[in-house]
Design a binder for this molecule. Structure first.
Ligand SMILES: NC(=O)c1ccc[n+]([C@@H]2O[C@H](COP(=O)([O-])OP(=O)(O)OC[C@H]3O[C@@H](n4cnc5c(N)ncnc54)[C@H](O)[C@@H]3O)[C@@H](O)[C@H]2O)c1
Ligand SMILES: [Zn+2]
Length: 328
C-alpha cells in the first residue's frame, strides 16, 4: 500500500491548481484507491511560487482546521517544490506538527526540494525566510508526472538541470550517468542517485549547523542573485551560478568548463545560459544580501576544482567585486 491506511482519520491533500487539473483523476486512482474509506480533505492553491504566501498559509490552515483534523491526520503534498515547501510548513505547524507525505511532480522537486526536510513560505523581507526543518514521513517518486513536461513544458523541466549538474559535479557517479543519458530523458536510476546523495549529506548535518550541508549550495550564492535580479526559475539561476563559479573561482577550470559545456550541449540547455547581464550594482547588492552569508568581510563560496571534491572557501568582498566587474 502506497499511502498508509489511517483508519478513522483524515487525509489532507495539498496541491496547486495546475497539477490538480492535469492529474486529479490519476492521483485519486493511483494513490487514494486503497484508502477509499478515509475522509479526504482537499486544499488547492495557486500554481508556482504564489502558493507560498502568508495569506495562503492562513487560508489553508483555517480551512483544514475547520474540518476537525487531529494530530493523527496526514497531509499529502502533490506538486512541485513550491507545493512541498508550503505543505511541509503547514504540516510542521498545524497542531504543532502532523505527519506529511510528499509526492513530487516536477524533476526539481523529485531530486531536490522534497528531500532534506526544509519547508518554507515567503514574506515581504524575502523568499524562504520563514520555515522549519520537518521531513515528510515518506516521499513517493512517480516519473509519470514528468510526461506533461517533456511533451509541452520543456523549459520548466529543463531548468531542473541546474540542480542535476550541481549533483554531477559534487558526485562523480552522478556525472558519469548524466553524461551518458539521452537528452531530456531522465531515468529513475539518476533520480534515485541524486536523492541518495542529498540524503547522505543531509543525514550528516540535518539542521545545517555543521557546515557539511553547505556544499549543496554549489552554484547557489551567485545563483540566488541571478534568480532575484532576472526573475528566472531557480534551476536556471543555479546553472548560471555554476557557470559563474567555474569561470571566476575555479582552478583547473578548462577541464571542468569543458565538462560543464559538454553537458549543456548534450542536453540542449544553451538557451538557459543566454541571459543579457545588466545593472552590476543591483547584482552586487543581491550577492551581498544572500541570507547564507555569515561575515561582513567575506563571502562563503562552494568551489569544486575536481569533480567529487567540493570545498567551502571564504572569498573577500573585494575579490568578488573584481570578478563581478569583469563579468559585466
Ligand atoms: N525545500 C528545499 O530544499 C527546496 C530546494 C529547492 C527548491 N525549493 C523550492 O522549490 C520551488 C520550485 O519548485 P519547482 O521547480 O518544482 O516549481 P513549482 O513548484 O513552482 O512548479 C512550477 C510549475 O510547474 C507546474 N507543475 C508541477 N508539476 C507539474 C507536472 N507534472 N506537469 C506540468 N506542470 C507541473 C506547477 O503547477 C507550476 O506552474 C521554489 O519555491 C524553491 O524555493 C525548495
Ligand atoms: Zn537549489
Amino acid at each position: 500500500m502506497i499511502i498508509p491506511n489511517i483508519r478513522n482519520n483524515k487525509i489532507i491533500i495539498i496541491s496547486d491548481s495546475n497539477v490538480w487539473k492535469l492529474y486529479k483523476n490519476y492521483i485519486l486512482k493511483k494513490f487514494l484507491n486503497s484508502i477509499a474509506k478515509t475522509e479526504v480533505i482537499t486544499w488547492i492553491g495557486p500554481q508556482g511560487e504564489k502558493i507560498k504566501s502568508i495569506k495562503n498559509y492562513e487560508l489553508a490552515s483555517n480551512y483544514i482546521l475547520s474540518k476537525n483534523i487531529n494530530r493523527n491526520s496526514l497531509i499529502i503534498a502533490i506538486g512541485g517544490g513550491a507545493v512541498s515547501d508550503f505543505a511541509g510548513f503547514l504540516a510542521s505547524t498545524l497542531l504543532r506538527g502532523i505527519r506529511w507525505i510528499a509526492i513530487p511532480t516536477t524533476l526539481l522537486a523529485m531530486i531536490d526540494a522534497s528531500i532534506g526536510g526544509k519547508t518554507a513560505i515567503n514574506v515581504g523581507a524575502g523568499k524562504n525566510l520563514i520555515g522549519t526543518f520537518y521531513p515528510p514521513i515518506k516521499i513517493i517518486i512517480d516519473t509519470n508526472f514528468l510526461k506533461s513536461f517533456t511533451s509541452n513544458k520543456i523549459i520548466d523541466y529543463q531548468t531542473a538541470y541546474g540542480e542535476l549538474i550541481k549533483y554531477a559535479f559534487l558526485d562523480e557517479k552522478i556525472y558519469k550517468i548524466l553524461i551518458r543519458q539521452k537528452p531530456n530523458i531522465i531515468t529513475n536510476k539518476l533520480i534515485h542517485k541524486c536523492i541518495d546523495y542529498k540524503n547522505k549529506i543531509v543525514k550528516k548535518d540535518p539542521y545545517e549547523k555543521k557546515g557539511i550541508r553547505f556544499i549543496l549550495n554549489y552554484g547557489h550564492t551567485f545563483g540566488h542573485a541571478f534568480e532575484k535580479q532576472y526573475n528566472i526559475p531557480h534551476g536556471q539561476a543555479v546553472l548560471l551560478g555554476i557557470e559563474f563559479i567555474l569561470k571566476h573561482f575555479t582552478k583547473n577550470k578548462t577541464l571542468l568548463e569543458t565538462k560543464f559545456y559538454n553537458l549543456i550541449k548534450l542536453h540542449n540547455l544553451q538557451n538557459l545560459l543566454e541571459i543579457k547581464k545588466r545593472n552590476i550594482n543591483q547584482f552586487l547588492d543581491f550577492v551581498l544580501k544572500d541570507k547564507k552569508r555569515s561575515s561582513s568581510k567575506y563571502i562563503k563560496l562552494v568551489v569544486i576544482n575536481k569533480i567529487g571534491s567540493a570545498q567551502v572557501v571564504n572569498v573577500t568582498l573585494n575579490t568578488v567585486m573584481e570578478k563581478i566587474k569583469n563579468e559585466y
